[in-house]
Design a protein around this ligand. Sequence first.
Ligand SMILES: [Zn+2]
Length: 157
Amino acid sequence: MKCPFCSEINNKVIDSRLSKDGRTIRRRRECIECDRRFTTYEKLEDVLPMIVKKDGRREPFSREKIISGIRSACQKRPVSATKIEEFVDSLELHFQELGKKEIDSTEIGERVIKILREWDEVAYVRFASVYRQFKDIKEFMAELEDILKSRKEADLS
Ligand SMILES: [Zn+2]
């Protein structure tokens, strides 16, 4: 990314944000040579990593797929569409900023699980049971007990 004023190649990013439609990243940059600032726009599709699935197949990062997975877990639960979209925005920005060419699908799955656990227990259990494919009912119950315990603690405090 050349500085438009002095053609220096190196610069630092001062601020990154997603456009309203979530498809473009706007960055404020500062040239390390002349200290002047300029703005660049990058398409998200071009900078997002490929997803490596558990069986080793690769597929492009799909915002729609992640959203629809979260939505189905949140069906009839008090989680707004905006909340889901904002979360996926932040995911995209995060992985884009990591700058890796590939990431494991589990990196996304675990992040989704974590946020659902904060949002809604039912949605969390739905997603986790599909995603983690609990080997048996014992494993599943242990997870549930964990949730109930942390809820009790939260109620007491
Ligand atoms: Zn410059």
